[in-house]
Design a protein around this ligand. Structure first.
Ligand SMILES: C[C@H](O)[C@H](O)[C@@H](O)C(=O)CO
Ligand code: MN
Length: 420
């Protein structure tokens, strides 16, 4: 176990080192403390939910692995989230999908109401958390055709429109009860495996369905919609109705949020390059921070270049206030609680690393076309003692320093998860 004195001593040295290049570590730690990451509940149970957990996972997403201890009830999932949250510094949000109902009633997606999620709100209040929400337009008999809001069948479209309208109300209930805006994120898997003849009609139907869903004005202090596009999905390789261009323009013209999922673009695209363009015009962003390995594989987020670039763009361009940082990965080959801890701690670490930089000096160098200084300084920064500041942040937040959290998860696995 790392001693408190050691962490504090190291931090004081690091503080001095950063101060020498004009970086105030105390100021940086205050800024990091304000950041809320929206932690996705679905890592805890392999995206099955509690409405109809026997239902096959559809929509082109899949979870590999069969690690023991998957949460099969809302209270188990909350217990697992509690365990993860106590190992992650800061106060955050939890992101629910509509299938995570907590009720004895037999409800379907077109009959859900806020009261079916009351236990989540109660729990969030107790823990000081925010809640985000997602309609679930997959893993359901009404999605058997592979189409939801863009279906040619009006009955199918109407079912999903009703579902999404209800989800807005539930999200608003979260926002009102918890005193902080809840993001209601819509993603649909609709598309064609092979080349379609007509590419415009499905998008027109989707646009009209979304307009119908958004018709009722709801106070944005409580909820706001976000729309998530995708390049392609498994089974819909040739055409995705909800493409990036479709949603980017939809979000822009309807004054809602655009969701950028790190796994939904071509692997060579740098998603961090998109934020500054979109936010010059759009209201705001929702991010699904994920790790695509060759495709949208939803691996647990690690401190790789892609994550570091995401954090740098948000910090250097001052975009944090208009960006909701959410996570989206699901791995059942490892302990699911550890997956949350690793992915969330890494996201926060990357943000901290980005903040620990003399950003104004770097911008000045750039504006003076002193690209030598810009390159030299950014490279030197890589060996600055950022880890000492991170350790201190963990200590300050009363969460384990360094790898000390691993034995906590081990203990939780042996005493709780394995008994399920
Ligand atoms: C479960 C989520 O809604 C889903 O992962 C979605 O956000 C997505 O990214 C689909 O590829
Ligand atoms: Mn996503």
């Amino acid at each position: 176990m790392v001693s408190e004195t050691f962490v504090k001593k190291n931090y004081e040295l690091a503080k001095e080192r950063y101060a020498a290049i004009g970086v105030d570590t105390e100021h940086v730690l205050d800024a990091l403390q304000k950041i809320k990451v929206s932690i996705h509940c679905w890592q805890g149970d392999d995206v099955l939910g509690f409405m109809n957990p026997g239902q096959e996972l559809t929509g082109g997403i899949s979870v590999s692995g069969n690690y023991p201890g998957r949460a099969t009830t809302p209270s188990q999932l909350r217990a697992d989230l509690d365990e993860a949250l106590r190992l992650i510094p800061g106060k955050h949000k939890v992101n629910l999908h509509s299938i995570y109902v907590d009720t004895d009633e037999k409800v379907d997606l077109d009959s859900i109401e806020p009261r079916h999620y009351a236990s989540w709100v109660q729990w969030a209040k107790e823990k000081g958390l925010g809640l985000d929400f997602n309609p679930t337009l997959f893993s359901h008999p009404m999605f058997e055709s592979g189409f939801s809001l863009s279906s040619t069948d009006k009955n199918i479209r109407d079912f999903w429109i009703e579902h999404c309208k209800r989800c807005r109300k539930i999200s608003a209930y979260f926002g009102e009860e918890l005193g902080q805006q809840s993001v209601d994120n819509i993603w649909i898997p609709d598309g064609f495996k092979d080349n379609p003849i007509d590419k415009i009609s499905p998008r027109e139907r989707l646009m009209e369905a979304l307009d119908e869903i958004l018709k009722e004005k709801i106070d944005t202090n409580y909820t706001i919609e976000a729309v998530e596009g995708k390049l392609f999905g498994t089974g819909v390789e040739s055409y995705t109705v909800g493409s990036h261009e479709f949603y980017m323009l939809y979000a822009l013209t309807r004054d809602i949020l655009w969701t950028i999922d790190a796994g939904h673009f071509h692997p060579t695209e740098d998603i961090s390059d998109k934020f500054s363009s979109y936010l010059l015009f759009g209201k705001g962003l929702m991010l699904h921070v994920s790790r695509p390995v060759r495709w949208d594989s939803d691996h647990v987020v690690i401190m790789d270049d892609a994550l570091i670039r995401i954090a740098r763009s948000l910090v250097r361009d001052n975009l944090l206030d208009r960006t909701n940082i959410g996570l989206d990965f699901f791995d059942a080959t490892i302990n699911r609680v550890a997956a949350w801890v690793i992915g969330t701690r890494n996201t926060l670490k990357a943000l901290l690393m980005a903040m620990l930089a003399p950003i104004d000096a770097l911008k000045d160098a750039e504006n003076q076309h002193n690209f030598t200084k810009r390159l030299a300084l950014t490279e030197e920064l890589k060996s600055y003692p950022f880890g000492a500041v991170w350790d201190y942040y963990c200590l300050k937040n009363n969460v384990p320093v360094g790898e000390d959290w691993i034995k906590e998860v081990d203990h939780f696995e042996k005493s709780i998860l394995i008994t399920r």
